[in-house]
Design a protein around this ligand. Structure first.
Ligand SMILES: C[S@@+](CC[C@H](N)C(=O)[O-])C[C@H]1O[C@@H](n2cnc3c(N)ncnc32)[C@H](O)[C@@H]1O
Length: 391
């Protein structure tokens, strides 16, 4: 048992209420799994990190995502979605379903750029935003009001609600969605539970569950002394829900996130990837300020790909964000990024932002892209420009 450092006895408003609520649950039920702790920290109604009325994203928030860097991320994906639509034989209707859109910058960029560059595609597609946070859903309604009024976009609370209104061609997309899902943590001593001692959260361990052990043996590794690994069981459930959403439909799944494969773990990397962020700085402990900081874990791509496959999705590719974005834009020489730059200074600024998205020192190599499909001929899927540099 270890006592976590830096825990204030009580914090400001929301934090202390959330701390209290978590403590009450532990008093009632005993130590809780780490996934439950993470779920409450991030999503507890009104008090969780994503549920509170606060700025999580961008400069004023705690982290940047690709859409915060530059509109080119959404524009390049719009280009790729348009190709996917063509690979599906340019149907009259296609629905893009975005999981965890946050404040909706990506959706806005895709909608605006498609209208401008790909009018035929833009006429066929509708954009569904699936966001669990009520407060973020309100913000999405505001940001995308024009598109919503024109019935080009809609905001939904669940994937199932979005899928039920979609036509038979869909693209399911998630950027930094899977890393925000609660995970189980397992170390040499067993499965991690969060208990309470003298009013503080403490870590305790119980024998790992059968589901955790099965996960580690299939998709990850068993932790050695002093190591921790994650068992993202909720991510597997999400893959099942996604595969279910494709039932009777065809299309593509595009998952972009920082993550790893089992091979990389076997080589000794990506153990203990749970991280907490506050104001653009990694914080020492997930127990420090519940509800005040983001908690994430890297995505186990081997596991989510395998579960998709088991549930009927076809694997297309797993490649780096860098390979994917360069593949999409090579032919047009990044015209999507530079089109509106008039002055050399503007070009220089955009070039730097682009570099951040694609270079190994920026987001290019840590972020990976998982592509799967349903009901799409193999050659058609393989012909997507985003896959040009994958091997
Ligand atoms: C790290 S943020 C990423 C936001 C956005 N995709 C971006 O790249 O800026 C994760 C988002 O997923 C949402 N989310 C988490 N769990 C969800 C769920 N079960 N259903 C819908 N959205 C969820 C969170 O509320 C948050 O908006």
């Amino acid at each position: 048992m270890t006592i976590s450092p830096n825990q204030p006895e009580s914090g400001g408003g929301g934090e202390s209420r959330l701390r209290q609520r978590i403590a009450d649950e532990i008093r009632r039920h005993g130590p809780i799994p780490f996934s439950r702790y993470m779920q409450m920290c991030l999503y507890e109604p009104e008090l969780g990190y994503y549920s509170r009325l606060r700025e999580q994203f961008g400069k004023a928030g705690d982290f940047y995502t690709s859409s915060d860097v530059h509109a080119v991320f959404g524009r390049l994906l719009a280009r790729q979605f348009e190709e996917m639509w063509r690979a599906l034989d340019s149907p009259q209707r296609i629905d893009v379903i975005e999981l965890g859109p946050g404040r909706g910058l990506f959706a806005r960029d895709v909608l605006d750029w498609s209208a401008k560059q790909f009018p035929e595609f833009a006429r066929s597609f509708r954009y569904a935003l699936v966001e669990q946070s009520a407060h973020l859903r309100d913000r999405l309604q505001e940001r995308l009001a024009e598109h919503i009024a024109a019935e080009r976009a809609g905001v939904f609370e669940s994937l199932e609600a979005a899928a039920s209104t979609a036509g038979e061609n869909i693209i399911v997309f998630g950027n930094e969605f899977f890393d925000a899902l609660p995970v189980e943590v397992v170390d040499y001593h067993g499965g991690l539970r969060i208990g309470l001692k003298n009013g503080r959260f403490v870590e305790t361990f119980v024998p790992p569950t059968a589901a955790e052990l099965e996960f580690l043996d299939r998709y990850s590794v068993r932790p050695e002394k002093g190591e921790r690994v994650e068992a993202p069981l909720v991510a597997l459930e999400w893959m099942e829900r996604i595969a279910e959403a494709f039932r009777g439909k065809r299309g593509f799944l595009v998952v972009i996130d920082y993550g790893y494969t089992r091979e990389e773990q076997l080589a000794g990397r990506h153990r203990d990837t749970v991280m907490s962020y506050r104001q653009h700085t990694a914080s020492a402990s997930p127990y420090e300020a519940p509800g005040e900081q983001d908690i994430t874990a890297h995505v186990n791509f081997t596991a989510i790909r395998a579960r998709g496959l088991q549930r009927g999705l076809d694997p297309v590719a797993l490649l780096t964000q860098s390979q994917f974005l360069i593949g999409i834009s090579e032919e047009t020489q990044f015209a999507d990024a530079f089109q509106e730059c008039k002055l050399p200074q503007e070009r220089a600024k955009v070039a730097l932002q682009l570099k951040h998205l694609i270079s190994p020192t920026g987001m290019g190599e840590t972020f990976q892209v998982l592509l799967m499909s349903a009901g799409v001929a193999k050659e058609k899927a393989a012909g997507l420009s985003g896959l040009k540099l994958s091997h």
